[in-house]
Structures are given as C-alpha cells and as structure tokens.
Design a protein around this ligand. Structure first.
Ligand SMILES: [Zn+2]
Length: 424
C-alpha cells in the first residue's frame, strides 16, 4: 500500500514528504504518540504555526509545573507575578528561586525596576548606595506567586482545532487509515480551517462523567476514547490534561449501537507513563455535550477547581522527580549552613520541598524498605496512598524546617538518595 497524507491524499510519488506527526504536540506531552501519514510542510509544520504554538504558549506555567519541556529540552519559563510583603513584581522565571536573582519589574508602584540578589553582593559593591538597599530575610518573607489562567483559551478556535487534529490523527492511527475519504472531509476542513463547521468539536458538560473519570484517569493526563453514537456518528473524546473533555465528530458509521457499551480510554500521564481505563456505560449519556460558546459560563468554575487541584497534587514517580532529587543531592554537596538552608527549603519551591520530603521519608525508613521492589511500590507503602499526594506547602515547609533545625534532614536526604540507587 502506498502511504498517503491523511489531510491531502498525496503520496511521496506526488513530490511531498511524509513525516511523523506528534498527535499530541511534544511540548504538551512527555511521551510521543505518532501518526506517520502526515505531509511534512503543509500539514505538520503549518499546524504548528497556526494553532499549536498559540495553545502551547498559553500553558507555559502549567507546562513548567508538570515538567513538560520545550524543543530545546529546557523547562519552559513563565511570566510570574510575585507578591513580596506588600509589593507586586513581575518577571519571567523557570523556577521560584530565580526570582531572587537580577531585575524584577514592579507592577503596582512607580519605582519601576528592582534588583534582587544576596545582600552581601550589594554591600561589597561600592556602586550601591546603602540607603537604596532593602533587606529581606527569606525566613520572614511573605512570598505569594500569582498566576493568570486565561480560561477563555479552552474555548478558542485554536484550541478546538488542536483538539480536532489530535482526535482525527489518533482515530486514523488506531484504525490504520490511509489518505482521505469523502466521509472525513468535514473534520479535515475544520482542522485546515477552510470553513468553521458548526458542531465538529463540542465540550462534554456532563458532571457525572467528570466525577466518574477524574479519579480514574487523573488530572494531568491526556486521554482518548473512540465511540460510535446512536446518532450515526463516530466520535473521539479527548481530555486535555483532564481539565476539559472535547467531543470530536470524525465521520459517519452504520453500525447498530447498544444502549450500554464498553468505554475504553487510553491515557498518557504527565510523567510519560501510559494508563488505560475501561468501564461500562451509556456513552451518549456520559458524553453529552454543548457548543463551546455555551459551555464557557457553565464550566468556568469547574475548570478553575480542577486546575487548582492539578497544581496542588503530585504524582510520586521517579520520572516526575528525578531532576529534583539530583538537584537536592547537589545542593547538599555544595552548600552548608544558611546557604544550604536557603537552597533546599528557603525559597519554598513546592516541587523541591516535595522531593526533599520523599528523600527524607525513604532515608528515615531505609531499614524497612523492600529492595526487591521498585521505587513506585515502596513509596506507595510509605505514603499509604495511591501514587498521588496532595500537600500543603506551608505545612510541609514547617515540618522540613524543624527537621533541618534538629539536624536530621541532611542525613535522611543522603540516606534516601543512596537508597534510590539500590531499589529495583
Ligand atoms: Zn498533506
């Protein structure tokens, strides 16, 4: 069989080059899912410029928190607003502690720019007028990070086209479809933006479905499911990080549908691991949906709630924490005293606090670990939970501070880190 592009029906004999399309853009997902029947220039690069990059850019903060890297393999920067005591500053950062190095712009006062850094660097620099210096202690600093989540992005045409592209390319992949057929013209035109066909992408608004699937598929997961509706259409349900579920009309079918059927989701979690969920139900009921224009008001609060929950929950896996464990280890080797304190917990960087908490817990329990089992199996026992933990940053900070002051923390971290290497 000659491979043909699923958008334009051309093959390499026609002078185009077929390429491997990441069904879910790699900036949004830590595992690649490929459709290799998409032509390189027109229908791979062009999508990236016309809608993918806009969606990706709108989620820099979330991508940073979930560890989803840019093309250059770096963790993305995001525009942070940081309130320090009573002043509000803004700066592009990729981690909380970088806020305290260099210039940040003040948002709500006329002073403009403020230079941050360790106090001793300023004191030893003759160019600085000591009267312009303001000293803060990390310990007593009240630092609040504020994020603007622009909810409207979930309902914009760029997002709807991206959802349609993901749904369509996955559908073609699982059914091994080649080239273009007349029945799929409507969805193709929608993705290519030839016309804004109504009703191609809708938003699932059934709360029963969200309540049922969120605990199983977990927030932060991209998931996909194909189903044939009693209305004669085949749909793909695509969940964007579990925050919102899109229903994408792909083509017509002529099967006879039962009321209840097996519903199977394939998911990719943010650490790159795969997951599958199967349940029995009535798809047409569960995936009842509305036009994106109508969905906004109705779904706004729920999306914000799920987003908050996603940001306050962490997946305890090696993949998710590896670079943080390594960094903690480096800090312990490099610093001592106050510098060590600041680098480890002083900036109250959530993910780092958690990495330290995990290492501490493993170190504390080094004699009762089962070394024939994996990190995953051991941590599930240690935390008496599934692989997700929900934390309160301030509470965790206080616990770790106490351990640090009692000089137990460093020893546990070191023990914990060396256990990691011995676990299966
Ligand atoms: Zn093409």
């Amino acid at each position: 069989m000659i491979k043909k592009c699923i958008y334009c029906n051309l093959s390499e004999a026609d002078g185009i080059k077929l390429s491997k399309s990441d069904i879910i853009p790699d900036a949004l997902c830590n595992r690649s899912l490929i459709n290799n029947r998409v032509c390189k220039i027109k229908h791979n690069s062009e999508f990236s410029n016309s809608f993918e990059s806009i969606v990706i850019g709108a989620f820099d903060f979330l991508r940073n928190k979930l560890g989803l890297k840019n093309k250059d393999k770096k963790i993305p920067q995001y525009k942070a607003k940081v309130r320090i005591n009573d002043k509000l500053f803004t700066k592009k950062i990729n981690r909380k502690e970088n806020f305290f190095k260099g210039v940040a712009v003040s948002v709500d006062n006329i002073e403009g720019k403020t230079l941050f850094g360790p106090i001793q660097d300023f004191k030893s620099n003759k160019k600085f007028n000591s009267q312009e210096l303001e000293e803060y202690s990390l310990n007593s600093l009240n630092m609040i990070e504020e994020v603007d989540l622009n909810i409207s992005i979930f309902f914009k045409s760029e997002m709807l086209r991206l959802a349609a592209k993901i749904g369509y390319e996955w559908y073609c992949k699982i059914l091994d479809l080649n080239g273009v057929s007349e029945e799929r013209k409507e969805i193709i035109d929608f993705i290519l933006n030839k016309n804004g066909s109504e009703g191609i992408v809708e938003i699932v608004n059934n709360k029963v479905m969200y309540n049922m699937l969120t605990p199983q598929l977990n927030l932060g997961t991209h998931s996909l499911c194909k189903y044939d509706s009693i209305d004669g259409n085949s749909y793909i349900i695509y969940s964007f990080f579990g925050l919102i579920y899109y229903k994408i009309k792909i083509t017509k079918h002529n099967k006879i549908c039962e009321d209840a059927n097996l519903i199977e989701f394939y998911g990719i979690r943010y650490d790159g691991s795969e997951t599958k969920v199967r349940l029995y139900g009535n798809s047409d009921f569960l995936f009842s949906s509305v036009d994106p224009k109508i969905a906004y008001d109705e779904m706004l609060d729920d999306i914000v709630d799920r987003y908050d929950e996603l940001l306050s929950t962490e997946l305890v896996s090696i993949e998710n924490f590896k670079r943080h464990f390594d960094e903690v280890k480096k800090n312990v080797e490099k610093y001592s005293g106050d510098e060590l304190y600041d680098s480890l917990i002083g900036f109250k960087d959530r993910k780092k606090l958690l990495a330290i908490m995990i290492l501490n817990k493993i170190g504390e329990n080094k004699d009762s670990l089962d070394y024939n089992k994996t990190f995953y199996e051991n941590t599930r026992n240690l935390f008496y939970s599934n692989e997700f933990v929900q934390i309160d940053e301030e509470e965790l900070y206080d616990q770790l501070k106490e351990l640090f002051d009692n000089e137990k923390l460093i020893q546990n971290i070191e023990a914990g880190y060396s256990c990691l290497e011995s676990l299966k």
